[in-house]
Design a protein around this ligand. Structure first.
Ligand SMILES: N[C@@H](CCC(=O)N[C@@H](CS)C(=O)NCC(=O)O)C(=O)O
Length: 205
């Protein structure tokens, strides 16, 4: 399998999950602005959607969409418990959280990467993020280690990845101490550190 990624983009979540699942990691960097891969291929001809992540599966087909890739990896290695079994209430709850991270948090950050965003629109996006993180802070306030409890799961890789953008976008998350502690906790996992190093986001220890 090959993961097409851009350093620090949402594809980092899939990258982390490949490592957490113990799957082989083959990476190809994509310049998402110029739509070309590091091997000089036209990105749009490989993936007409033009964005990352995309996963070339062993049969050669390319699969896209964060949540689909996360579920695919979890299902390839159920023993790693990255997601509960399909058909269970626990899986429903995890899927519910995953859609929340995708549509309410990831997409709100996404708008702020537009250099043409107005101050007013940015303020609206920051207010929205604060509202969305309030629920995350509440979830974490019972002392759980990860979003769904004591088990690291696909939603942790995803929330960690998008929350990592707050620094870059100068968004103050100090109102959410549980979230900040969680971010440190997830960030210190060996698979997360290895992914950050491989994407050139931090230096090897
Ligand atoms: N619906 C997609 C969105 C992925 C996405 O937003 N990717 C961003 C990076 S975080 C990207 O590649 N943007 C470049 C573009 O849209 O052209 C998914 O959930 O996988």
């Amino acid at each position: 399998m090959k993961l097409y990624y851009a350093p620090g983009a949402c594809s980092l979540a899939t990258h982390i999950l490949l490592r957490e699942a113990g799957l082989p990691v083959e990476l190809e960097k994509v310049d998402i602005r110029n739509k070309s891969t590091e091997h000089g291929e036209d990105w749009l001809s490989l993936n007409p959607k033009g964005y990352v992540p995309a996963l070339r599966m062993d049969d050669g087909d390319i699969l896209t969409e964060n949540l689909v890739l996360h579920g695919y990896i979890a299902d390839l290695k159920p023993e790693t418990k990255l997601a509960p079994a399909h058909g269970t209430k626990a899986r429903l709850r995890q899927d519910e959280l995953a859609v929340y991270v995708s549509t309410e948090i990831h997409k709100t950050y996404g708008a702020m990467f537009n250099p043409a965003i107005t101050d007013e629109a940015r303020k609206g996006a920051v207010d929205r993020l604060n509202m969305r993180y309030k629920l995350i802070e509440q979830l974490l306030s019972d002392g759980r280690t990860y979003l769904t409890g004591e088990q690291f799961s696909t939603v942790d890789a995803y929330l960690f990845t998008v929350t990592n953008w707050a620094n870059m976008l100068k968004i103050d998350l100090s109102a959410f101490p549980k979230l900040l502690a969680y971010q440190q906790r997830v960030g210190s996992r060996p698979a997360v550190q290895a992914s950050l190093v491989a994407e050139g986001l931090v230096k090897a220890a």
